[in-house]
Design a protein around this ligand. Sequence first.
Ligand SMILES: [Zn+2]
Length: 488
Amino acid sequence: MVMNLGWPAKASEEPLLQKPLYQANVHIDPVKKEVSGSIAIIFWPKDPKHAYLHLYPDVFTKRQDGMLWEELLGKEPGLGTYDSNKLTVDGKAVAGKKTGHILEIPLAAEGEPISETGPHKIELDFAMKLPHNDGRMSYDEHAIWLGNWLPILAVYDQGGWRLDAYEPVGDPFYSEVADYEVNVTFPAGYQWASTAPDKAAEVTAPSKGEKTARLRVKDVRDFALVVMDASYQSTESKAGDTVVRTWWRQGDDVQQAKQNHQAAVSSLAYFHQNLGAYPYTEYDVIRTGGAINGMEYPALVFLDGRHFLANAEYAIDTVVHETAHQWFYGLVGNDQLREAWLDEGFTEYATISFLTEQYPLHGAERVRRRLANGTFVPLYVKEHQRPWQALTEFPANQYYSDLVYSRTTSMLWLLRGAWGEERLYDVLRQYVATYRYQLVSGEQWKAFLTKAAGEDASAFLDYWMNLDMSQQEQAAAWLERQREKQQK
Ligand SMILES: [Zn+2]
């Protein structure tokens, strides 16, 4: 497809009603690896009796056993600590109840329902010593990377409260868009990058040798932060109105870092054009330690050090994939524990579409692998495995990769074959515009696809996403009719 020059109009700036606000004051000691602070969450209750917070750092204070945990955290992870106290609701002390990493917060005493007219405020203090592992929240000698570290409200959807345990497969997160006001204090010699527009942040010096960054950002699903020592440097360029910054450290391959940066800039511009306007003014690509590969957060992604070695084989592909997540996961949210295909599969389709156009050698190889792994799946049929199942059902990362990534991508790639790339992007752009800043379900995508196709898409989705082999012929016939209609 030929890209138009110029940028689409900005998305409408209609304020979301009843959007939570997180206000945090945090102190980080990069030498002791300690993070402590307080958070206030101003929100509209979904349930008159309770609210629930995910305290994800709590997961890494206990030993987790098994192959999948070892693949996520490494062979000998060091445990962290996590304490939370001084819990209040609207200024009154309450007793929370912790089950696993979930904190249940009573909003009202028995027989005394909370007022439903206005927002309420939860306040909580927390203190942690960081765990040492290969995952999303840890540290090494040059950086502290904090993913899924602040207390965050659980989602209440049509299935009720979603209070799932942390899973070692996939990205076990589900959250709603909110605003964040985070003040972070750390030693003056360190640098930082976060979900907020950091270049625009006000910085003050509360005491000698320390600085406080006032970080403000609206309409994000989470808030990630990386604190880096002086060995880090960044390069930046603009993609439309967004400043893209890529951060790497001394000892990394400069050539590879620049190539990663270029891929981030050009893919952000491409997705902005094809999937709808990117609303954030700054996008950070950050080299972390550990071995998470790549991990997406709003307006910021992590790439582990392997992506900054000379001629790193998959570095470009990973950068592009994490950038595509800014749309699928970031702008359009979903239950990543039950319907991961909605974020991973759509992200990977956008990735191979971009690569095919702008990095054809990478693109051709990646398309070939995705189709090979996603279309021939007799083993998974036999084992009743499918893309449209919860993370808890996947016995190994290979199953997750083949089904959630490759099979969903294959389905969309075949749809592109029938419709053409341009029409599929038109539909995806409409889909993103419809669910921008919201949560979408697989059923909603089915309805959306049905409408776009002008014909019930159930058989097509049942065959591809539920591996219902009884629908195989129907799915093929559906696709063929779509092809014929498009050619008319
Ligand atoms: Zn992904």
